[in-house]
Design a protein around this ligand. Structure first.
Ligand SMILES: Nc1ncnc2c1ncn2[C@@H]1O[C@H](COP(=O)(O)OP(=O)(O)OP(=O)(O)O)[C@@H](O)[C@H]1O
Ligand SMILES: Nc1ccn([C@H]2C[C@H](O)[C@@H](COP(=O)(O)O)O2)c(=O)n1
Length: 214
């Protein structure tokens, strides 16, 4: 079985995916974390993301690591996905304001989208995949598809609790990322839409579960 959960930034995708995956006893895959890790790799190597050759250069960097036996890999742990490069856990570097500000520019690169999609499509079901285009592009064959949303204010308030940043600037950054992300990915037309601002996390998880076979 494949279940997809897509949605806007900070809509609760990972938290809901983790809860649903736990209830179903299957792993969940965070595609956003792979985009974040590739963005981290680009920044670490001083790659400028808005040049015509950026996609090719980034893909060469990622496949070069693979060929040298030091691949960037998603570890789909149910309690929270991680990304490792060889023996190094990169996860703590991936949810920062610096990566948030650059990740949409990396995610627009077709070479990177192909790389992320190939990583995910190489995995064996059952699993739950979360991101922006899991139900529309990467796993159109998924049995059940969901799309999570909430107002920018609700999402910003939740982010501020995690990162102790200024509410207005977090909300403005989320709106900007929504705009950029919408240009390069869209949810599936057959997804069930859920407003995560309308309930607690356990209630939203229960709502998703109510659409899945018992
Ligand atoms: N229904 C809810 N009620 C209250 N808090 C929630 C709810 N859903 C998610 N949260 C909280 O909102 C925050 C953002 O959730 P989460 O990180 O899962 O979102 P995301 O969509 O995966 O984010 P990103 O796009 O940055 O990867 C977390 O602190 C989470 O606990
Ligand atoms: N399927 C996906 C997943 C993610 N992205 C991009 C767009 C986001 O801004 C960024 C980080 O994702 P998040 O951690 O917020 O889920 O990655 C995408 O284009 N397609």
């Amino acid at each position: 079985m494949i279940v997809t959960i897509d949605g806007v930034a900070a809509s609760g995708k990972s938290s809901v995916a983790s809860g649903v995956a736990r209830a179903l006893n299957i792993p969940y895959l965070s595609s956003g974390l792979l985009y974040r890790a590739a963005t981290w790799a680009a920044l670490e190597h001083g790659l400028t993301l808005d040049t015509p050759q950026a996609g090719r250069t980034l893909a060469q960097l990622l496949t070069g690591w693979e060929e040298r036996g030091q691949p960037l890999r998603l570890r789909p742990l149910t309690e929270g996905n991680q990304v490792w490069q060889a023996e190094r856990d990169l996860t703590e570097h991936l949810h920062t304001a610096r990566i948030d500000a650059q990740v949409s520019a990396a995610a627009v690169l077709p070479e990177l989208r192909d790389w992320v999609n190939a990583q995910l499509q190489g995995l064996t079901p059952p699993f739950l995949a979360e991101g922006r285009d899991m139900g529309s592009t990467v796993f159109p064959q998924a049995e059940r598809k969901f799309y999570l949303y909430a107002t920018p204010r609700v999402r910003a308030e939740r982010r501020v609790l995690e990162r102790h940043q200024d509410l207005e600037s977090v909300e403005a950054a989320l709106k900007l990322r929504d705009e950029r992300d919408a240009r390069q990915s869209a949810p599936a037309l057959d997804a069930v839409h859920i407003d995560t601002g309308s309930g607690t996390l356990p209630e939203i998880i229960a709502q998703v579960m109510s659409h899945l076979p018992a």
